[in-house]
Design a protein around this ligand. Structure first.
Ligand SMILES: C[S@@+](CC[C@H](N)C(=O)[O-])C[C@H]1O[C@@H](n2cnc3c(N)ncnc32)[C@H](O)[C@@H]1O
Length: 239
């Protein structure tokens, strides 16, 4: 019986993954990765040029992404079935040897692999290799320190309701907003009310070839790419 090893790939730049992830990917006989239908998949794109020629690849294609409300029963049922099926399939595939599951950023930080982890834990030999998170790649791309001394750093998803977002944005010092996508207007409003809009940055595709950095107040579209993060730096205690 082989292992199922999920490797954190870092935020996009291939050189920002760990030596262990690099070694496991280059020697892999079988890999699996998530992707949206019709796309190459960000995790698969990061490892381009690193794979052996005769590698076996399994693309785990999400049946849905943002087409229906993620709070609806239908969404939960469809995705639960998707993860149940892939957990079973990976268990079967691992009977032939190790399977390397690719994950952008850090697998246990809002990563899809977590839905397989809870289904597989205790049933197979599971391993997770940590990775540099997207937010870490993005605040480094900003080129200035992000949180200092006793700053409170909040990590919030743009998908939460306006009320909760307003509350989260007004608390603490440094702020990370992930899953920004179509939630730009709601995020801008919450930051404006908390008097933080002028300090907010939007980082699209941090550390990737087409990375873009813009002040959120100067971003005029209502939608940002899936790989986008809003950051507000802390101004905390320092000597
Ligand atoms: C499902 S979460 C995955 C997080 C990932 N496991 C990590 O460690 O960062 C996807 C969200 O992470 C953020 N993200 C991850 N990598 C990013 C990058 N390189 N640039 C901008 N945003 C990124 C975006 O907000 C995106 O919507």
């Amino acid at each position: 019986m082989g292992k199922i090893i999920c490797v954190g790939l870092g935020p996009g730049d291939q050189e920002l993954m760990s030596v262990r992830s690099d070694r496991l990917i280059r020697s892999a006989k079988t890999i699996a990765f998530f992707r949206k239908k019709g796309r190459a998949g960000q995790a698969r794109t990061i490892v381009d040029g690193m794979l052996q020629q005769d590698i076996i690849e399994y693309a785990m294609e999400y049946p849905i992404t943002s087409e229906i409300d993620f709070l609806s029963t239908e969404y939960k049922v469809v995705l639960a079935e998707f993860y149940n099926n892939w957990a079973l399939r990976l268990q079967q595939i691992a009977k032939e040897g190790d399977v390397i599951v690719l994950c952008e950023g850090d697998p246990l930080f809002y990563g899809s692999f977590m839905h397989l982890h809870i289904r597989l834990n205790g049933k197979v030999h599971l391993e997770v290799i940590p990775g540099i998170t997207g937010m870490s790649g993005c605040w480094t791309a900003l080129g200035e320190p992000f949180c200092w001394g006793d700053d409170i750093t909040s990590v919030v998803m743009g998908t939460i309701c306006s009320e909760k977002l307003r509350e989260a944005v007004s608390l603490g010092d440094a702020l990370v907003i992930m899953k920004v996508g179509a939630h730009i207007p709601k995020i801008k409003k919450a930051l404006l009310e908390a008097k933080k809009l002028d300090q907010a940055w939007l980082i699209e595709k941090g550390t990737m070839n087409d990375e873009k950095i813009v002040k959120l107040s100067e971003f005029t579209l209502d939608k940002a790419p899936y790989f986008s993060i809003v950051l507000v730096r802390g101004e905390g205690r320092r000597p």
